[in-house]
Design a protein around this ligand. Structure first.
Ligand code: NAD
Length: 248
């Protein structure tokens, strides 16, 4: 108990799946959590089960709303220590099938959303003496998956951006760490929807089934570790959690 006691954390996309599990785990270990999601009803429902949690409607593509979410967090709790940039979506399409609209949607929610979150959280964290940013990528950033070209591109950008942000924060002496998680398949509504869409003969489905799905709590434990001071020497790195899906 108490591994993140006294820390104030924002988790995006916390109305479902991994984000909800992250928020619950951080709260269990003593953090004050601000849950945000574009789905206001869903994030309210999750937050209602976490004592002291705050739920905010929040589209991560909206820069003005990011400024409000950070300001609201500071006004309620007086500080910001942890940002988990988790919000995401996936639509299945290969490079030939993907529309430019859908390509830009993935980029806006995941790449731009993560950029905006870091941009607005860093000054608040620096003001409080430091913090930890956890960005959510995917094994799709590191291995070729033909059926999710836009998702892969956005996640790859998050991996590269996270390193740049980590170096910047260190150069500035902010005491802010920035790391990126690279999960394989975990049992969430996103994965269930993906499995339902994929044809049985698909390579993607075979890869997921072959390695078994993790539980959201598996990712949440890693988020907790990166949020806590136990990981104070870890920044600018990517941590893979995929039950061996991408091991050489
Ligand atoms: P999920 O679909 O269960 O939850 C995603 C949440 O993000 C939803 O609540 C949704 O409303 C929210 N969201 C979508 N667009 C948003 C926006 N514009 N602004 C704010 N919130 C928005 O998915 P999940 O499986 O929990 O995935 C969470 C993150 O983990 C995503 O970034 C996903 O790409 C990543 N990931 C998941 C897996 C997995 O196997 N589940 C594997 C690798 C990476």
């Amino acid at each position: 108990m108490g591994r993140v006691a006294g820390k104030v954390c924002i988790v995006t996309g916390a109305g479902s799946g991994l984000g909800a599990a992250d928020a619950r785990r951080l709260a269990e270990e003593g953090a004050q959590v601000v849950l945000t999601d574009v789905n206001a009803a869903a994030v309210q429902a999750v937050a209602a089960g976490i004592p002291g949690a705050v739920a905010l409607a929040h589209d991560v593509t909206d820069e003005a709303r990011w400024a409000e979410v950070v300001a609201e967090t500071l006004s309620r709790f007086g500080r910001l220590d942890v940002l988990v940039n988790n919000a995401g979506l996936v639509k299945f399409a290969s490079v030939e099938a993907c529309s430019l609209v859908d390509f830009r949607l993935h980029n806006a929610v995941m790449n731009e959303g993560t950029f905006l979150g870091c941009k607005h959280a860093i000054p608040a964290m620096a003001q409080g003496g430091g913090g930890s940013i956890v960005n959510m990528a995917s094994v799709a950033a590191t291995k070729g998956v033909s059926t999710i070209v836009a998702y892969s591109a956005a996640k790859g950008a998050i991996v590269a951006m996270s390193r740049s942000i980590a170096v910047h924060c260190q150069e500035q002496g902010y005491g802010i760490r920035c790391n990126v998680l690279v999960p394989g398949a975990h049992d969430t509504p996103m994965t269930a929807a993906a499995l339902a869409l994929l044809p049985p003969e698909s390579a993607g489905l075979g890869q997921i089934q072959g390695h078994g799905q993790g539980r959201p709590e598996d990712v949440a434990n890693l988020v907790l570790f990166l949020a806590s001071d136990e990981s104070r020497q870890i920044t600018g790195t990517q941590i893979v959690i995929d039950n061996g899906e991408t091991m050489a």
